[in-house]
Design a binder for this molecule. Sequence first.
Ligand code: CDP
Ligand code: CDP
Length: 221
Amino acid sequence: MIIAIDGPAAAGKGTLARALADRLNLAYLDTGLLYRATGHAVLRAGGDPADPVTAEAAARALSPADLDDPDLRTEAAAAAASAVAALPAVRAALLDVQRAFAARPPAGRDGVVLDGRDIGTVVCPEADHKLFITATLETRARRRFLELRDKGVDAIESSVLHDMVDRDARDSSRRVAPLVPAADAFVLDTSDLSVHDALAAALAYVRKRQERSGSTPAGTD
Ligand code: CDP
Ligand code: CDP
């Protein structure tokens, strides 16, 4: 089983993807980390994340250990991620990694869930289930602000919101793999949903589709 989850920043993609992976025995890939690690590597080397040659080299040199760096969660890494993510050569370099993960789930897992911006449209257009997770800008900025505050980061909510507007605009307007819902995605607005209720809605969607297609409902053994 392949589940594709896309949507803008802080919509609740990762929280939902992890919960679905847990409930349905799937392996999870946070594809945003690949772009964050690429952007971060360029910044650390003193390079410009918008430079295609430098950024592609960084994407091709990524190793699994690079994805564990706590600095990838910073807003600076997010902005650098969004800059490298607009470059076709970087997207092409990271596409193989993501498709390989989707094609071969680790032993013992019943499939995969990937979250990002272009999973349902580009990385896994053949995914069994596609969710586009969204929420109002204010809700998303508040969530990210609270996350930063909980981590002890001295953030200003209006700046978090402003950075998010910039990043969403860049992700949605780029020419390659822009942030758009796949035509066949289930759009879920989590603005007024708890984490628990968002999971329930996503599971209901997956199970309904499985019943329709005649397969065994997931996570009900
Ligand atoms: O992966 P993405 O950036 O889309 O968002 P996330 O990291 O899953 O969620 C951002 C924050 O919003 C986390 O702190 C979640 O706990 C919170 N959240 C929420 O309050 N309500 C939801 N329905 C989903 C997420
Ligand atoms: O957690 P949050 O939703 O804020 O960001 P993320 O999922 O870690 O993604 C960081 C950035 O990477 C995004 O703003 C996009 O520019 C880029 N990205 C992408 O272009 N395609 C993906 N499949 C995943 C991330």
